[in-house]
Ligand binder design. Sequence first.
Ligand SMILES: [Zn+2]
Length: 291
Amino acid sequence: MQSDSSLTQLIRAEMPAALVHFERMVGMNSFTGNREGVNQLARYTAECFAPLGFTAEYVPSTNPHFGEHLVLTRRGKTNRSIALISHLDTVFPPEEEVRNNFRWQPEGDLIYGPGTHDIKGGTIMMWLVLHALREHAPSVFEDITWKLLWNSSEEMLSHDFGDVCRARFDKNTLAALVFEAEGRLGLESLMVVARKGRATWRVSVSGRGSHAGAKHRHGANAIVQLGQTLQRIAAMTDYSRDLTFNVGTISGGTVLNRVPHEAIAEGEFRAFSPDAYAQAKAALLALAGPG
Ligand SMILES: [Zn+2]
């Protein structure tokens, strides 16, 4: 192993070549719905990593409107495997990029442009890490079986990429490192080491509508019941277990002189541990039934 300063030197030496690839990638529109653009970027990405010894596999998305997922593999001397994860797509349609003159624009030590942050910059970081490892710790680089996986449609809801990953991971997979960038707190760079699981929920309350004057006592107020239910949901938040419930939206009722027959609220909850997640889900579902 060499010293850290030599590692910095290695990365600096690779930066000009990295920036050439980076600019080409940002110049290719890869909006999730731009199937051709996403596929073009996948092929270019495979070219960039080929000199490191990676071979490409293209996996069709289950959604015919989306491009192909990209899987690059470099067999090591051992079966011990590390996966690096990124995605190909961005959120900007071609027209939007043109309308806003949104393109590769270096300014000082920052670079603006579609995907520079999320996530083509992450892909370039993978490229730099592997180059630096190959020079700095060649035995580690050669021992590990590297698997690089790019989701073609991360910005839209598609579940098939998870299956693509699981089919290629085995018990020898030491880690799956995601190169999705995170922001900075002032000058402090942040690294994401985990993300919470998230579920969304909707509570619908059916009451009994009636006139708010003479027939008031015949009514069952759905909004009042929902208010009570939401208090119970909000109280399920438990910061000590990193479990949070958020009531996001609420609607109900029609006019002021009528006891409302319906009210609906929607929200989400998030948890780190599968246990906390499962208990939260069970507690939420247990609220169903007569008020
Ligand atoms: Zn992203």
